[in-house]
Design a protein. Structure first.
Lengths: 287, 287
C-alpha cells in the first residue's frame, strides 16, 4: 500500500496504472503531471489523478511511488529533473519500451537514488492511445518486464514485482541488453515493417480502391501502423543497433521467398510458410 | 431460393457458405465433395452438407448452384472436370483469392457454360481454417468481390449479387485485373511479409526468449503468419506479377526508413510514421 503515487505522463499506460492501483486499494492519492493541460484536466475528471501538478518534480515530492510514463527520449531529461526530489523510501519506475538507454541515463543522473529505480516495461497496448482509453484491466494477464541494474536494492525490486503482480501482470526479469534485443525482434521490427508497408501502399495512385476491399487480415496486420509517431521515433532511435540487426534477418528471408517465387519453387514456398505457420500456432497456444 | 447447392470444398469458406444459405432458407439441399473423407464426414455430422459425393462432378449434377471453395491452383482442374456436368440454369461461383488466372481457366474450359460463371472472392477469414470453424455469419458485413467477364450473363450476375447480399456481404464489382492488383497490395503482400518476418525470427538462436515476451502488437501483426501453406503458395504463384510490384513499393519504403534511422533524421521518421498513422486511422473509421 502506497500513500502517494506521483504519475509523470497521464496517457494510456500511466492512466491505466493509476486506475488499476486505485481499484486495488493500493494507493491513497495520485498526483499527476502531463505535458498538456487538457490531458491533466481529463485525467482528473476521470478520477485517474486526484491532484494536478505543474511540473514533474511537484508530482515526485512527497510520493512513495513514482511512475514515469512518457515517450522514451523524454525519460532521460525527466530523470535528471526529478532526481533531487525523490524521497529516500520512494520506488521509482518508468515504463519505457527501450531499456539500455534508460539504464545509462539512470546511472548518469540518479546518483544515490539509483538503487530505488526499477525500470519496467508493461507489454500492453491498444488501438488508440490517450488517457480517455485508460483502463484498470490493461495489464491483466500481460507480460511485464523488469530490468533492474546490479545495484538496484532488492527490496525495491520486490516492491515493484508485487505492484505489477497485483495488477495481473506476468512479471519477467531481464537485463536491459536482453530486453532491447528481444523487443527489437518481437515489437520494434513489426512496427517498422507496418509503417513502411502502409507508406508503400498509400503512395500508389490506386490506393483508395485497394483499401476499399481490405479485409480482416489487413486490419490485424496493419493495426500497429496506427501507432504514435513520437513514441516510435524515440524507440527506433534508442534501439537502432538491435533494430538494424532484425531488419537484416527479415530482409534475408524476404529475399529468399522472392527467389522461390521467381523460380516457381513450389516446395520451398510451402516449406517456408509451413515453418511460419507452425511457429505462430505454437506461440498462440502458449498465450 | 435454390433447390440444390453443389459444394466443392467443404472447408471454412465453403462450409460457412452452406450453413449461411441453409440458415437463410435459401437452399433445400447441399451435396458436398471434399478431397478428404474426414472433412466430408465432419461436414455431414455438422449439418453443413446433406449428402457426401465421391467426386466433384457428382456434386454438380442436378445442382442449380455450385460453389467451388478449394485452393486457387486446384480450381483450374476443377473447372475442366465439372464443365460437362453443369446444368444450363446453374449458377457457378468460385471463391478463389486470385481472379485473372481463374478467368483464363474459365475461358479455356467452360465453353458455352462460361456465361453462367460468376467468380467471387469473399474477404472473410479466421485464425483457424477447416470445416470445424465454419460459421453462418462469416460473411456478414464483409466485402465480397465479383469479377464477371464481359460475356457473363447479367441474370447470373444478379443472382450471385442477391445470394451474397443475403448472407450480409457488401458486394463490389471489379475486373479480374483490378482485383488482383488490389489484393496483391492489401492481402498478398502482408501475408508474404508476415511469413518472411516469422522465418527471420525463428531462425535466431534466442527466438524462444524473444517470443516469451511478445505482446498484443505481435499477436495481431503475426496472425496471418499462421495461414495455410498450400493456399498461399497458390496465391503467390498465381499473382506473382502484381506481388513483385508490391514488394518493390514496400522495399523502397523500408530502405527510406532505414536511411532516416541511420541518419538520426528525427523529422523524417516522424513524418513517415504520421502518414502511416493517418492512413490507418482513416481506414478503420470507414469500416
Amino acid at each position: 500500500m502506497f500513500k502517494q503515487l506521483g504519475l509523470i505522463g497521464c496517457g494510456l499506460i500511466g492512466g491505466s496504472f493509476a486506475l488499476a492501483l486505485k481499484q486495488a486499494g493500493w494507493v491513497a492519492r495520485v498526483c499527476g503531471y502531463s505535458a498538456t493541460k487538457a490531458t491533466m484536466n481529463l485525467a482528473k475528471e476521470m478520477g485517474v489523478i486526484d491532484e494536478i501538478c505543474l511540473d514533474a518534480p511537484s508530482a515526485v515530492r512527497g510520493s512513495d511511488l513514482v511512475l514515469i510514463a512518457i515517450p522514451v527520449q523524454a525519460i532521460e531529461d525527466c530523470l535528471r529533473e526529478i532526481a533531487p526530489h525523490i524521497d529516500t523510501d520512494c520506488l521509482v519506475m518508468d515504463v519505457g519500451s527501450t531499456k539500455a538507454n534508460i539504464a545509462d541515463a539512470a546511472k548518469a543522473f540518479l546518483g544515490d537514488k539509483l538503487s530505488q529505480f526499477v525500470p519496467a516495461h508493461p507489454i500492453a497496448g491498444k488501438e488508440l492511445a490517450g488517457v480517455s482509453e485508460a483502463s484498470p484491466t490493461l495489464f491483466k494477464d500481460r507480460p511485464l518486464i523488469l530490468t533492474p541494474s546490479e545495484i538496484t536494492n532488492l527490496d525495491f525490486i520486490e516492491r515493484a514485482n508485487k505492484v505489477w503482480t497485483q495488477l495481473g501482470s506476468k512479471v519477467h526479469k531481464m537485463s536491459p541488453t536482453e530486453h532491447d534485443a528481444a523487443f527489437a525482434a518481437v515489437s520494434h521490427l513489426p512496427h517498422l515493417i507496418a509503417f513502411a508497408y502502409m507508406n508503400g501502399l498509400i503512395k500508389q495512385r490506386d490506393h483508395d480502391q485497394f483499401l476499399s476491399v481490405a479485409g480482416p487480415g489487413f486490419r490485424d496486420f496493419s493495426r500497429i501502423a496506427g501507432s504514435d509517431p513520437k513514441v516510435w521515433r524515440d524507440i527506433f532511435l534508442a534501439n537502432r543497433k538491435n533494430l538494424k540487426e532484425q531488419i537484416t534477418h527479415f530482409k534475408n528471408e524476404l529475399q529468399a521467398i522472392e527467389h522461390f517465387i521467381d523460380n516457381e519453387d513450389s516446395a520451398s514456398i510451402v516449406e517456408c510458410i509451413k515453418a511460419s505457420q507452425v511457429a505462430r500456432n505454437e506461440w498462440i497456444i502458449n498465450q
